[in-house]
Structure formats: structure tokens, C-alpha cells
Design a protein around this ligand. Structure first.
Ligand code: CIR
Length: 251
């Protein structure tokens, strides 16, 4: 059974980091309702949900994907690029104990999980505001013995690599072209019409989860034969979050 690690939003969510967006009012109650609905999508499909305790002192703690990245049975605790987010990994580590994972810590540099996109045995890592060369080198050191190849990709237009691109179940990379620095990096690239359409979570080989803010992209994916589940995440998107960063999937 696939497992999901999540953390409820902090009441201080509205104070989270912002880099590329202007700060606008965030409805904390709506954010929690949207988060609950998001987790519900996985529960309904039989995922085993592991809920971390709320971390009120970390406004961005709900974006749990940034603190830990899982490759097969290896969980890598990251070194977040934003000062306000350092310390989140320590609050994730205890939850990994019961999941049968080997836990490693990134040795140097900085790296956010939002910059890590796995496609098969290739791991694309965004080099940008949150992840630096030293962090990418440290990840490469951890993954090379496992037969995983790390490819560095520039990220200048958005917060994280996965704010620009993610991948469909068949490995096709999807992204909204104005936000993508180097689409030619990827063997197969599909442009999508809406900025919020770049982020998909693969639920299974025929199904993706995406934001309800990108209906034209959802139609495009359905035309490709995919089942598309949508959920509203407007209050998280105001903080530069998306459907991918709200969870860590352990398959
Ligand atoms: C931040 O700037 O760190 C948060 N406000 C948003 C993080 C979103 N994480 C992600 O896309 N992986």
C-alpha cells in the first residue's frame, strides 16, 4: 500500500516565505479545509496516511516535500535553502522511523525537496534560489551507489524546479513554457496552457492529481487518456505551494 506523509497547515501559514509572488490575504480556515480535502483524495484511494504533528513555529511546514526526499527505500533529510525553514527536517525525522526507510542526511550545501524531480532512474535537480551546487553534489554522492543519475537543471523563473515542471506517469515532463528555463533538458516535454497546470501528483499509472485552478490543462491530460482528479489549493498556491509539495509519497 502506498504511503503518504503530510503535515497540517500552521496557523502562521500566511507568514510563509514568498519569492516570486506578492503577498495577498490567506484564509487560514480555507487553507486547512483544502488541505483536508487534498489528503482525503489519497485516503479514498487507499493510501496509508502518516500525519506529522503540526509545527506552528514553521509557517511553511505544511510544504513537507521540501524537508525530505524519498528514493526507493532511502529517505534523504534535506538542508532547506530558506533560513526560516531550517529545522523542519528535525520535525519530520521521527515519522520516518516507522516506515522501514533508511534515513540519510544531506551532508552539505542547500537543497529543497521541491527542486527534486524523479523520472525513472534519473533525478533532475533544480539549481536556483533554494538549491545550490554543493547540495546537488551531496545528493549525487548519496544516490550514485543506488544507480540513480543526478542531472542539474537551471531554475530562475520560479521558486523550485517542480514549480515549473513535473512528470506524467509515462515520464512526459509537463510545464507552462514561460516558467520553464530549459525545456530541452527533458527527453519528452509537453507544454500546458496554465501556470498551475504544471504540478501533477501521480496517483497510479493511469491517474494524476492536480490543482482545480488549471481546467484547460486537466482537459489536455484527459485527452491523453489519463484520469484526472482535481482539488482546490488556492490558499496554498498564494504561498507558492502546489499539489506536489503538500506531501511525500512513499511507494
Ligand atoms: C516557500 O517559499 O518555501 C514556501 N512558501 C513554499 C514552498 C513550496 N514548496 C514546493 O513547491 N516544494
Amino acid at each position: 500500500m502506498p504511503r503518504l506523509i503530510v503535515r497540517p497547515p500552521s496557523p502562521a501559514l500566511a507568514d510563509g516565505e514568498l519569492t516570486h509572488l506578492d503577498r495577498v490575504p490567506v484564509d487560514a480556515a480555507l487553507a486547512t479545509a483544502q488541505w483536508t480535502a487534498y489528503v482525503g483524495v489519497f485516503r479514498e484511494r487507499g493510501w496509508d496516511v502518516h500525519e506529522l504533528p503540526r509545527a506552528d513555529e514553521h509557517p511553511d511546514g505544511v510544504f513537507v516535500e521540501d524537508a525530505v526526499v524519498v528514493f526507493d527505500d532511502l529517505a534523504v533529510l534535506t538542508r532547506p535553502g530558506a533560513a526560516s525553514r531550517r529545522g523542519e527536517q528535525a520535525t519530520v525525522a521521527p515519522a520516518l522511523d516507522g516506515l522501514g526507510l533508511t534515513v540519510a542526511r544531506l551532508g552539505q550545501g542547500s537543497l529543497d525537496g521541491g527542486d527534486v524531480l524523479k523520472i525513472g532512474r534519473t533525478v533532475y535537480v533544480g539549481r536556483g534560489g533554494r538549491t545550490d551546487d554543493a547540495g546537488i553534489a551531496a545528493l549525487r554522492t548519496l544516490l550514485a551507489p543506488r544507480g540513480l543519475t543526478v542531472v542539474s537543471v537551471p531554475v530562475t523563473r520560479v521558486l523550485h524546479l517542480k514549480s515549473a515542471v513535473t512528470a506524467l506517469p509515462d515520464g512526459t515532463v509537463v510545464g507552462h513554457l514561460p516558467l520553464v528555463d530549459a525545456p530541452a533538458t527533458f527527453p519528452a516535454f509537453l507544454p500546458v496552457p496554465e501556470p498551475e497546470g504544471n504540478a501533477v501528483v501521480v496517483l497510479d499509472e493511469g491517474t494524476v492529481l492536480m490543482s482545480a485552478s488549471a481546467p484547460r490543462t486537466a482537459a489536455l491530460f484527459r485527452d491523453r487518456g489519463l484520469e484526472v482528479v482535481t482539488t482546490p489549493v488556492t490558499e496554498l498556491e498564494k504561498l507558492e505551494g502546489c499539489v506536489t509539495c503538500l506531501s511525500v509519497r512513499v511507494r
